[in-house]
Design a protein around this ligand. Structure first.
Ligand SMILES: O=C(O)CCC(=O)C(=O)O
Ligand SMILES: [Fe+2]
Length: 352
């Protein structure tokens, strides 16, 4: 069931378990990222909006949490981060595929169909064009002396997938802190409708277990620190077929984000060497006549203003957000456009 495009047999109908899910209080919140660039149209694109939506009933959520906790206790999978699965941003987790009881329970309640239906309605991507890159159950707990290897947060990052979701399994009254933060939401004011879920700055905190935060995985995000108790979530990385993605859009964004990383490192290096400048011992490489004429050639190199400006935190953030915004506007092609761009292959395409 980890291959969603194979789940056509689980289409929604009147008797579907989806009906059961609609009997609990239904969260339906959407928060749209502000525009960071003016030069492009197409704002907001579907990908600018983050959705918080009820996916599981309280009973189903409880059942998932029970099965997951039993499995993690037995295997120790929540006791330390798994660097083999997520090398850079390792979480204390297990893959749903590794836990047959949870996998078959989710299958029995048609979990995948619910997720694809929602993602389809939010981002207009066909079920056949979505598949799991990863689907796992992660666990955060407040730091204490006994659990040094466990995790209490996840640093800001972008997922490998174009779409992602984080579904809360633990009732929110059992922990403090937590939630998913998004850098681009820092200056966005909560509204009457979302003020409970979106209380502080960048963080989205679902108000009931069974609710999922669904978003574009390329938006810079992370898990806020847990200060008390434990928080268990189901996380899905959902990939979108290549043919719906505009060639070059992601690589352009990665290049721009990479430039900002380099600028940051240059400033750090400059600071290590002393902000005002530094002396180079390079006289022996210079022609004798010039040695006497230029003070710079005497070896003194002032700190570069441009390095300071480009390494500045606000500047960095603005540039990161600009690249992110352009990506969100451009990466998805609608079906017609995608079909046209596929036509250049003249129908001669073999899909392996
Ligand atoms: O736990 C969360 O709220 C976010 C998790 C996440 O971003 C991830 O695992 O990639
Ligand atoms: Fe993530």
């Amino acid at each position: 069931f980890l291959l969603p495009h194979r789940t056509k047999l689980l289409r929604r109908n009147d008797q579907s378990p989806w009906k059961a899910a609609t009997t609990s209080i239904q969260t339906n919140i959407s928060i749209t990222l502000p525009s960071a660039v003016q030069v492009y149209d197409d704002y907001p694109s579907a990908l600018h909006t983050i959705h918080v939506k009820t996916v599981l009933t309280p009973k189903e959520t409880e059942q998932c949490l029970r099965i997951a906790t039993e499995y993690a206790t037995l295997t120790g999978r929540w006791d330390r981060p798994d660097f083999t699965r997520h090398a850079s941003y390792a979480t204390c987790d297990f893959c749903i595929e590794d836990c047959p009881p949870l996998q078959s329970y989710l299958q029995s309640i048609h979990f995948d169909t619910r997720i694809w239906d929602l993602l389809h309605s939010f981002y207009n991507i066909d079920h056949d064009d979505m598949s799991y890159l990863d689907f796992f159950c992660a666990h955060y707990r407040a730091k204490s002396d006994e659990n040094l290897e466990t995790m209490d947060r996840l640093e800001a990052h972008r997922d490998g997938s174009l779409l992602s979701f984080t579904l809360l399994l633990t009732p929110p009254d059992r922990f403090e802190g937590g939630g998913t933060f998004f850098e681009a939401l820092r200056d966005v004011e909560p509204t009457m409708e979302n003020k409970d879920t979106f209380q502080t700055g960048e963080v989205i905190r679902p108000q009931q277990a069974g609710d999922a935060v669904m978003h574009c995985g390329k938006i810079l995000h992370g898990a806020d620190v847990i200060t008390k108790g434990q928080r268990t979530v189901l996380v899905g990385f959902v990939d979108v077929s290549e043919w719906r993605q505009r060639p070059g859009a992601l690589s352009r964004a990665c290049r721009d984000w990479g430039r900002m990383d380099v600028a940051k490192r240059r400033l750090e290096r400059q600071k290590q060497k002393g902000c005002r400048g530094w002396f180079l011992n390079h006289q022996k490489w210079l022609p004798k006549v010039d040695r006497m004429t230029h003070s710079i050639i005497q070896g003194y190199i002032p700190a570069f203003r441009s390095v300071e400006r480009r390494g500045n935190d606000d500047f960095q953030r603005r540039k990161r957000l600009e690249a992110e915004d352009v990506l969100l506007r451009t990466i998805l092609m609608d079906r017609d456009e995608a079909e046209k761009s596929f036509d250049i292959f003249d129908g001669d395409v073999t899909i392996l």
